[in-house]
Design a protein around this ligand. Sequence first.
Ligand code: BG6
Length: 477
Amino acid sequence: MNNQTENQLLVIFGASGDLTFRKLIPALYDMFTRKLLPEYFCILGASRTSYTNEQFRAEQHNHLVDLKGEQADMDAFLQLLWYITMDTYLSADYNRLKEFIQSLQKQCQLPDNVMYYLATPPVMYEVIPALLAANGLNHPSGTDGWRRIVVEKPFGNSLESAQKLNKELGSIFNEKDIYRIDHYLGKETVQNILVLRFSNGIFEPLWNRHYIDSVEIVAFEELGVEKRGKYYEGAGALRDMTQNHLMELMAFTAMESPPVFEPEMLRNEIHKVFLSLQPLDEQQIDKQVLRGQYEGYRQEPDVAPDSVTETWVGMKFFIDNVRWSQVPFYLYTGKKMSRKLSEIYINFKSTPHVLFAGQCSGGSCNQLIIRIQPDEGISLRFGLKMPGGGFVVKRVSMDFRYSSLSSELLPDAYVRLLMDAMNGDSTLYPRSDALEASWKFIDPILTHWKEVGGEGLLFYPPGTDGPAERDRLWVPD
Ligand code: BG6
């Protein structure tokens, strides 16, 4: 990772919340210890909870001690933190924010570069930018400097709301200054999909409908909804995981190589994948998009006793382009599964003729498995002659594990994403048009489910791999 980050001020809205202490502050601390932060840098937390600077630092310190950092590093890092208590609905409070920003810029010798991070509930995604603009905080005060904004997911909860949010944000900040986070793109193993595909001559010739039988993308979690019942009831697995994380993984797997490795070129290719998705009509949705709910979900806190929210989704669809015509893509995600695992399976076609005993035939004999997490790595499965007499074939696996590269842990996704935004690099951030195209594909599913209510909702026991009916997706049309 390079450390050319520009000097700047980072303002975190929602600074007293869960995301700030669980993800953002630890990522920033990690960047601090790796010397990736700018030379002149400050973090200003903004939230309704009343803290002094000292109390805010003490609060973050309490969370950081779990990371077992050096006390001296921690003390130095905490000096970068500042806090303003404000009501983010109140325009007058943005004036105080403006004054605070100006005084920090002086005190910390910062140029007029400010990055806003919205670590708030989604209802604030339109309120805060509008009030920043109303108070002249969406542009630098002079000719130098910049303002950027980072928005957490969920980015809208339908095509219409995503379009509205894009429009609002686009009227306040330039598109190049809007960073929509999808933390899956910050994962090392996800970025490596591009390197694996585009820097190795052996995969590209096979990466198409002639040699690939199907593609499966899986993101399973052991945990249930925990304390997030209220949010999850309005989201469900389709909005929470599929529309964003799984669709991005799919786009990285399916996209064409960009002519050059530049943000807009890469984002163009991602956009094209979403534009090529074959839309699903109601009949296809019933057959090709299955939804499930784990038993016991309705008893979780803040969940309706008759909830029809899906905690598991399995779907099959096609990409209408020359590379992928007729190749089914399967996406699966679920909570309360037997294990936590995110993986991509490229299932190659088998040989047209079975020659040896034990030889595998069908669409998953040769598999390339990209293990996003855990046990990050890549495996290639193929048939091998069993030692001894005859020619008996056994399927074996050739494995690469990230853990064999070095003892250093893979950086958290937020480290990479924060660093990129701080550097003005939007390569790993979804662009507005691609996001809307992906919503356009997902939206009819949500509309149809709303119309049919709980009809078709499947139930599964916690600790399994989802509803037993999931194999229905594999029945050929
Ligand atoms: C989040 C979802 O975006 O991703 C959560 O809102 C989910 O519901 C999480 O648990 C999974 O992320 P990861 O990195 O643990 O796979």
